[in-house]
Write a protein that binds this ligand. Structure first.
Ligand code: SF4
Length: 401
């Protein structure tokens, strides 16, 4: 199981070079749930969260012995400072341990290996990516009284846990090239990725290039796009951006943020989906799931997507940004839903300050989990080739293991 999970993980990382969640700048697509996570997802009645938290706490405290006062230091932590800060601020873990009572959560991830040493180096993380850097500013003080060091550790721990639950996380839109991903992402506003995946084959068969789509008869395109909803506006957008690609970029999708956001109907979120998944450039996709979850986890209190992007980007190395986006969005679609988060079946309950916002009874919570479609993780009708090459196979539904 582990081996296949790691295979999937490898596949996912490869495929993660591709897509991400693709709701348009406004879209909130709910999807079914998944796989390997399943097995991890539910063994009821095991009280791991509290234990886990205790293990972590012990590990943290072990490191954190000296210099209580030094913890007050404001910045540029040396290793010692970090440790003392961590001690002072351990409340995050303590809190979650309190809130996620033993036995009430069915942990998906059992490993209680001591937390890896985390490099707490927001310096690297805050570094701007040329041309697409989000972070202008970084939240000086984390919300909730947690120290910055503790926040960074907790955030990275959450990401690691989610990577194990969703080792195959990848963009859920089918695409073969940047143009297709760009169009599919625009179409995904206010509808599901599955619906888009069912619609785009006909569109790209008839209009395979930007030039073809730019010259298309809008009424014919509208007919094809009708199932996606808002089909008139979407037709206008995809024809408009195809014209812009043809006239301004030689028929190629540009690989720079500043160029992408000039295209009609393309905002930062869509641009980062394309950059991260079609060009392999790190990007954080702040969609509706991402916004909701990072606030629940108290990674930031910001509400503006650009500020969220900056604050969260500062917690992780750039190299993590694209996969992080997939993990968060997959978790939002499958477990941590907007209205009924399935806290009782959540693998990261011990790390979550919002535990209890949703159903905590493991049995009831499992019923809230969303499932995969078509036997493959996610909503792709054509799973990424890298995923298949790495031995990817149909995933059991969450909670089935
Ligand atoms: S709020 Fe979301 S992340 Fe937190 S425990 Fe509940 S389901 Fe998990």
């Amino acid at each position: 199981m582990r081996e296949s999970a790691s295979k999937r993980s490898a596949a996912a990382r490869t495929s993660a070079a591709k897509t991400g969640a693709a709701e348009k700048e406004t879209g909130a697509a709910q999807k079914p749930a998944s796989t390997a996570s399943a097995g991890k997802a539910a063994p009821a009645g095991k009280a791991a969260p509290a234990k886990k938290a205790a293990t972590e706490k012990a590990a943290t405290e072990k490191k954190a012995a000296p210099a209580k006062k030094a913890a007050a230091a404001k910045k540029a932590p040396t290793a010692k400072k970090s440790a003392s800060q961590a001690k002072k601020s351990a409340p995050a873990k303590r809190t979650s341990a309190k809130r996620a009572p033993a036995g009430s959560v069915a942990p998906l991830v059992k490993k209680s290996a001591p937390p890896k040493k985390v490099t707490i180096a927001p310096k690297k993380a805050t570094a701007a990516v040329k041309g697409l850097a989000p972070a202008k500013t970084v939240a000086a003080e984390p919300p909730g009284g947690e120290s910055r060091t503790a926040l960074v550790r907790r955030a990275r721990r959450i990401n690691r846990e989610l990577a194990q639950v969703y080792p195959y996380a990848h963009p859920e839109l089918d695409f073969d090239n940047p143009f297709q991903l760009l169009v599919a992402t625009v179409l995904s506003a206010q509808t599901t990725d599955l619906r888009v995946n069912q619609t785009t084959p006909a569109l790209f068969a008839k209009y395979p290039t930007p030039e073809d789509l730019a010259a298309a008869n809008p009424e014919e395109v509208e007919e094809i796009l009708r199932p996606c909803g808002f089909f008139r506006a979407k037709t206008k957008s995809v024809i408009g951006l195809s014209k812009a690609l043809t006239e301004d970029f030689g028929g190629e999708v540009p690989g720079r943020l500043e160029d992408l956001v000039k295209l009609p109907g393309v905002g930062r979120k869509t641009a980062f989906v394309v950059l991260g998944n079609a060009f392999g450039r790190p990007g954080i996709t702040v969609d509706t799931h991402f916004q909701r979850l990072v606030r629940r986890w108290r990674w930031t209190d910001e509400t503006d997507p650009d500020k969220i992007e900056a604050a969260v980007g500062a917690l992780f190395p750039k190299s993590d940004w694209t996969d992080l986006s997939h993990h968060v969005i997959w978790h939002g679609r499958r477990i941590c839903h907007a209205r009924k988060p399935a806290c009782g079946a959540c693998p990261i309950a011990p790390l979550c300050p919002a535990y209890g916002e949703g159903e905590t009874d493991p049995e009831k919570a499992r019923k809230l989990l969303k499932y995969e479609k078509g036997g493959f993780p996610g909503q792709r009708l054509n799973p990424p080739q890298a995923y298949l090459d790495a031995g990817g196979k149909a995933a059991p539904p969450l909670g089935a293991g």
